[in-house]
Each structure stands twice: as C-alpha cells, then as structure tokens.
Design a protein around this ligand. Sequence first.
Ligand code: HEM
Length: 486
Amino acid sequence: VPVCALTAVSIYLISVRKKYSHIPGPPRDSFFLGHIPTFQKYLKQGKFFSEMAIEFIRKYGHVVKIEMAERIIVITADPQSIRELMITGNHSKSKAAYEKLGFLFGERFIGKGLAAETDQKVWVWRRALMNPCFQKSYIKGLESAFNTEIDLLINKLAGLADGKTQISMLEEFNHLTLDVIGKIGFGMQMNNVENRTEPSEYTKAIKLALGGVSAFLRDPFMKFKYSQWKYIADVKKAMKTLRVLSKQSFDERKKQIERGDYTPDDILNFLVKMKLENPELDGEVILDDITTFFLAGQETSANLLSFAMICLWQNKDVLERLKAEVSDVVGDKHYISIEDINKMEYLDMVIKETLRLYPPASNTFRENKTDIEIQGYKIPAGTSIMMSTFVSSRLEEFFPDPLKFDPERFNPAENRILSYTYFPFMLGPRSCIGKDFGVIEAKMILSKIVQRFNFEMDPNQSFDIEESATLKPKGGAFCSFTLCDS
Ligand code: HEM
C-alpha cells in the first residue's frame, strides 16, 4: 500500500509540474516537498517569503515559479502582466490562497467576505453593492469622528511625553485603529487607547483571531502538531465569538432601523440596509464582511503608521520638512480637516514612499481564467499567480537605489514612477475598497503627531520587518516623546 501510494503521489507531482517545466525557477530541495524546505531555510535566516521571492526574481527574471509540494505559484514582476491580471482582465482571486483564509482551521473566519470571494461573478455583484459605502462624501462625513478618536491617543501621548517613557507605537496604533474602525465603522465603543477597562470581548477575540492567521501563514502544517492544538482551539473559539458578537450588533442595528430610531451613518448601517434591500444576500456573508472590515481596515493602517515613524526618525531632513508643512497648513489648531490634509503634498509623498518600502498588505494571488503568456512563457489556466508590490518596489530596474527612503520619487511634478510597479492597494476594480478611509486616517494621525511632538526611537530595537498576516516592524517601533515648544 505505501509503495502504491508513493507511486501515485509521484506520478501526480510529475504530471502537475510538467505543465510548468518551461518556467524558470530555483532548483527544488526535495522531490515531494518542492521548495518548502528552501522557504524554511530562509525563515531560519530571519527572512520571509517576499524576501525569498525578490532573490528568485533577481536571479531568474521577472517570471519565476515556486513549488510548494503539489502547489505551484508563479510570481510575476512583469508590469504588463500585472496590468492584465489586475486591471484589463481583472482575473479572480486564487482559490488555493483565499479559501484557506476564509475558513481558517476549518472554522468560518472571513468566509466569503468581499476580500476572500473567489467567484468572480458573485464578487462583481457584491462589490458594486459595497462601493457606495466608501465614497468620498462618506469619508468627508467622518472628519469630526476621526479627530475625536485620534485626539484620545494624542492626549495619552502628551501625558507620557517626558522624553523617557518608551512606548510601543505599533501597539498604540493598533489600539487606535481598532477603536476607529470599531467606533466609526460599527458603532462599537472599544476604548483600547484609553485602556481604562478590561479589553472588550470583541477586542480580545479579534486579537486572538489575527494572531491565528499570522501563525497559520508562518506554519501551514501547525494543525498537525499536537503542541499547537490548544492554541488552535482558542483561535477557533475566538472566531466563533467574533461571529456571535457581529450577529448581535447586526440584529440590534436592524431592529433600530426597522423601528425608525436614529442610527449613525456608518458601515454597519450600510450593511444592514444592503441586506434589507437585497434579501437574497446570504446573512452569513454579511457577518463575513464585518470580520473582513476589522481584519482589512485595522492592522494595515497601524503598520503603515509604525513604519512611517521609523522612516521619519531615520531621515531627520524629511521629518523637518514634514513638520514645516504641517505647521504651514494647520499651525497649532487641534482640529485637522480633510481639506487641510489634502493641502499637504509632502505628507502625501511621505506616505507613498513609506508604502513603497513597507507595504503592509504586499501580495495578491490571482487565478488566470484561460492560458496566458507572460514574457513569452505560457501560464496554464487556473494557475495561482502572485504579484507583490514589496517585490516590484525593491527592484533596482524599477526604483533606482531602492532601499533609499526618498519621498521625492513621488513628487507629482516629476512623474518618475513606472506604471504597474507600485501597488500598495493593488490595482484595478479589485483594489482596496477602504483606501481613502485608511489614507485619510493615517495622514491625520501622523500630522497630529508631528505637529505636537518631537520623538526619539530606541536605537536598540530591531528595525527589521516581520511578515505574518501583514508586514509589520519586528521591534514594535518603541519611541519616547517630548512636547514641541509651541
Ligand atoms: C493603509 C491602509 C490599507 C492598506 C495598505 C490596504 C491594502 C489593501 C490591499 C493590498 C488589498 C488587496 C488584498 C488582496 O488582493 O488580497 C486590500 C483589500 C481590501 N481592503 Fe484594504 N488596505 C488598507 C486599509 C483598508 C481599510 C481602512 C479598509 C476598510 C475600512 C479596507 C478594506 C479592504 C477590503 C474590504 C478589501 C477587499 C476588497 C475586495 O476584494 O473587493 N482596507 N487592501
């Protein structure tokens, strides 16, 4: 029996890999596991998947294949194929990549929510229903709520601004962005920044579930390890809790709307009304969406802000110029409007350059509906094709001196960015729906911080990147603050 099984697996692997034999890629370390041991070697050196991908692209060209046991991933940094896959062809998301995230450890997590839906027809319909929720006019209406939430962190930092107390800004930004999406998106008062009470059940569950995603991505075989079973059980319980609490919030809001009570014009209101107007929408999918917004809209913004602090501290000239711009536009007024934010051109360049070097959500996986050609290589239909803004943005041929933090690259007067080489929110119809929300939020937070404080970072912490569900600073971005003279 074992011999027959091994023969069958071998024949299967050979037949799958044969279809890709013409595509360049590194030699595999193991016949059965393919490049899994190669990836493990990189992990041991403290490197992560996207760093391995860059090395392969540099060595083998803009199209490479990686074999993860029976699964083949083609990685492309070829700009024209990126355009075809994300914009002109808008190919569906890869089932192999997103269905695992939808149902983590077999428990429904983001399920068939907007980010994980792989049926293109269903996604097109649902995205069309959701797009109005994130229109610019909606974001404009959030201005005052953004100010209120952000000022809670600013006041907290002011209380700690003794030039000595070390504060993990990664943690603080995570608390703030969770409060923002909870309050502004779903009417939930989470109070993580003020931290006066025990974290809410929702906060605890979302943190545990997010940790579970990261752990799974680092070690997809963890469910086979006995030592991990207790942790996995806790993560599954947290995912169940999230669902129960999301359903309670949904039902409560539905009742309020049906009674004609006042309800805030937030994402939850939008979702409830969407369901009432489209009864054929699956209620479970709406719960998937609630989890998706917490997942997609929180850590991404927190990581971007933490990296921005690091880049500014490492580049004092950029920090000074940014402080001068903020001072010119808003002076010392505490309420910052979206109009003010839109006037800050240099702030925009700083955010864009931070996202180039440190894109929190760096990869997307698409599946080509039909055979396509990339740089003369035939890619069979149904392949999982990865595109990475982290990889493309660190290639010398697209961004000269790529590791240099230089916001001038994004000077609008110069137009130096080659098309389809930079995509921190992805491109085309399936790009990030919350981009304006996330960017306005990040710009408002950063401008308030540089307006009010001087800061120093602990030079002994790690400034490396950690790749888990998102890219984040490994050392936690520890800072100490003093208040600016003015
Ligand atoms: C700086 C902050 C953010 C960054 C860098 C970011 C980045 C991204 C990226 C790269 C994707 C595509 C992922 C993929 O193809 O697998 C995406 C999708 C998505 N993002 Fe964001 N995001 C941010 C903020 C937000 C916020 C604030 C929200 C919600 C309030 C949000 C909601 C979503 C959703 C729902 C999707 C899935 C869209 C779809 O598939 O139609 N994001 N985001």
